[in-house]
Design a protein around this ligand. Structure first.
Ligand code: AMP
Ligand code: ZN
Length: 138
């Protein structure tokens, strides 16, 4: 399979390695969205969260607090965003990964959540929950 992150994990393509254990590999994003921007990936290839095993999810997510604290100590950011793009058009590399993005004053990164409070009525929430519960049953 022609996967750039698998090649990085195998050492066939160079990377700035931040962390490695039996299941997980973390390295600097080549495009530093902010200073310290780090990617965490499972060593087992999954395309996205939709085919990620629970075991790999545990391994990848369990390292998030430790690496976040390391970035905090290293760069003294004012905050940190954790994001993961899954499937096109947002995902550009089809090997599941989590972005750790330290945040700085005036860093010009825009990831703000839209506040839609007030736009939804009780009936809408019930509808949404119905859809989720039906999907869970199926
Ligand atoms: P996404 O768009 O969420 O799929 O993120 C993919 C990320 O991988 C982007 O932020 C890229 O800058 C990064 N990336 C692509 N190729 C490399 C590479 N060879 N080494 C490090 N990061 C990479
Ligand atoms: Zn891969």
């Amino acid at each position: 399979m022609d996967c750039i992150f698998c090649k990085i994990i195998e050492g066939k393509i160079p990377s700035y390695k931040v962390y490695e254990d039996n299941q997980v590999y973390a390295f600097l994003d080549i495009s530093q969205g902010t200073r310290g921007h780090t990617l965490i990936v499972p060593k087992n290839h999954s395309n996205s969260v939709f085919d990620l095993s629970e075991e790999d999810a545990k391994a990848v997510f369990s390292i998030v607090p430790k690496l976040s604290n390391v970035l905090k100590k290293a760069f003294n950011p004012i905050g940190l965003n954790i994001i993961s793009n899954n499937e096109k058009p947002y995902q550009t590399v089809d090997h599941f990964h989590i972005h750790l993005l330290p945040r700085y004053k005036n860093d010009e990164l825009t990831l703000s959540m839209v506040n839609r409070m007030g736009e939804y009525q009780q009936i809408d929430y019930v509808d949404i929950l119905d859809a989720i519960k039906s999907a869970m049953k199926a």
